[in-house]
Unconditional design. Structure first.
Length: 118
């Protein structure tokens, strides 16, 4: 199984290296259109290799997706947490009742005999 995992990650790494080598040209990344930048008097732009832009875009997309799913599943996690608390409470109650029943059987022999006959 480890061999398959290592082979998979080697293929992924090779693909990323090939994408990086094929997209080495520099591109200008602008935060806003030129007309808006000229209007406000600032033009935040950077020259980056295209593969960096691609990797940052994929990473940002993954992070947005993970955050979206985490927020969407909040209700499910809250329900699971409340069920776990209820389960723990019921286990404690069952243990207390078993302890009380065991203690009652040993304390009073007459009641124990009556329980056996009924």
């Amino acid at each position: 199984m480890k061999t398959i995992r290592y082979a998979f990650w080697a293929i992924v790494g090779l693909c990323l290296i090939l994408i990086g080598l094929a997209n080495r040209d520099f591109v200008t990344v602008r935060a806003m259109p030129e007309a808006v930048g000229d209007f406000f008097g600032l033009s935040p732009d950077m020259d980056l290799p295209l593969f960096v832009v691609i990797f940052i875009s994929v990473g940002a997309g993954l992070m947005i997706g993970f955050l979206w799913e985490w927020l969407r599943e909040h209700r499910i996690r809250a329900e699971a947490h409340s069920k776990a608390r209820e389960n723990a409470s019921l286990k404690r109650e069952v243990d207390q009742l078993r302890g009380a029943a065991a203690g009652a059987k040993h304390d009073d022999d007459v009641l124990a005999l009556l329980e056996k006959t009924s």
